[in-house]
Design a protein around this ligand. Structure first.
Ligand SMILES: Cc1cc2nc3c(=O)[nH]c(=O)nc-3n(C[C@H](O)[C@H](O)[C@H](O)COP(=O)(O)OP(=O)(O)OC[C@H]3O[C@@H](n4cnc5c(N)ncnc54)[C@H](O)[C@@H]3O)c2cc1C
Length: 271
């Protein structure tokens, strides 16, 4: 096995341009699991760990190589909350936001945050330059993205300013080291604009747009508006039944979780 350790993005993009079939390795927390489950061993690995640009974090532009460890200690809010729920300290020390996005698992915990915040994915290649892809165009199916051969995820770009309130939570069979059965992120701006994104309930992160429209029109949502919001979220999701949970439980839990997060947003002072 040939393993390259470029120190700069240009060198990483050049290596991938020469061999678009090479295995890209960031923290390795997904790659190594795949290998343990019988994926063919890679012939050529491009390891991104030493790429200095990858670890850069400037305001809303978060380098693909930023780890959960750094995110959970970053500005308080949904992304820090989501990062805190990922795996164990060992996983959070090495796993990256870029790896989460590139893996595109329906259960990826940063994905609902990215979707609710309308963040974009910055990608680059040696021959194609830089593209900024909206989250909705980036995630195309279960573990499927619109990343082209030779492209790397270089950053996740969040809006500046972020919505005043943003909250994330997930439900699993236990509190730690758990893949989510349902995850959700709700954002609310000072003008009442509300966004709600769900994870683990569809092939890609999903926005409950009817619920968003209804609740955004409510300046001070009361019990009936919150109940309707919850109902519309439950109606929007497209879950499956699997070993982690049933379709009906996930549908019910989506509405409950989204309502809880909205209530937290409504109680909070601006960040
Ligand atoms: C025990 C355990 C618990 C876990 N718990 C959770 C959890 O609670 N929540 C959760 O969301 N995930 C969880 N995961 C999954 C994993 O930790 C995350 O998906 C992580 O973000 C992957 O990042 P990484 O840097 O380790 O990626 P890697 O494993 O290095 O790469 C993952 C994939 O992305 C590609 N890739 C990586 N970086 C780039 C890039 N910059 N450009 C293009 N392609 C790239 C790789 O080629 C590979 O296909 C868990 C994993 C383990 C092993």
């Amino acid at each position: 096995m040939d393993c390259e350790h470029p120190h700069h993005l240009d060198a990483a993009l050049a290596a991938l341009g020469d061999d678009p079939a090479a295995t890209v390795l960031a923290g390795g927390t997904d790659v190594m699991v795949d290998l343990s489950f019988g994926q063919p061993h890679p012939v050529h690995v491009i390891a991104l760990r030493r790429v200095v640009e990858s670890a850069e974090w400037q305001e809303g532009r978060i380098g693909a190589g930023v780890t959960y460890r750094r995110l959970e200690r970053g500005p308080p809010g949904a992304l820090a909350q989501a990062s805190r729920t990922v795996g164990s300290p060992q996983i959070r020390n090495t796993g990256t936001i870029g790896g989460n996005v590139a893996t595109a698992s329906p259960a990826g915990d940063t994905l609902p945050v990215i979707a609710a915040c309308d963040a974009a994915i910055e990608v680059a290649s040696r021959d194609g330059g830089v593209r900024v892809v909206s989250w909705a165009d980036f995630f195309t199916g279960v573990k499927q993205t619109s990343l082209r051969p030779g492209e790397l995820v270089t950053a996740i770009v969040f809006p500046d300013p972020m919505p005043a309130h943003h909250e994330f939570a997930k439900i699993g069979v236990r509190n730690a080291m758990v893949i989510s059965m349902v995850s959700a992120c709700v954002t609310r701006s000072e003008d009442g604009t509300t966004r709600v994104a769900l994870g683990s309930v569809a092939p890609t992160p999903l926005r409950a747009t009817a619920a968003e429209e209804m609740i955004s029109a409510e300046t001070n949502p009361g019990e009936s508006a919150l109940t309707e919001f919850s109902r519309l979220v439950s109606a929007a999701v497209r879950p499956i039944t699997d070993h982690r949970g049933t379709e009906s439980y996930r549908r019910h839990a989506s509405g409950v979780l989204a309502r809880r997060l909205l209530e937290r947003c409504l109680r909070r002072e601006p960040r």
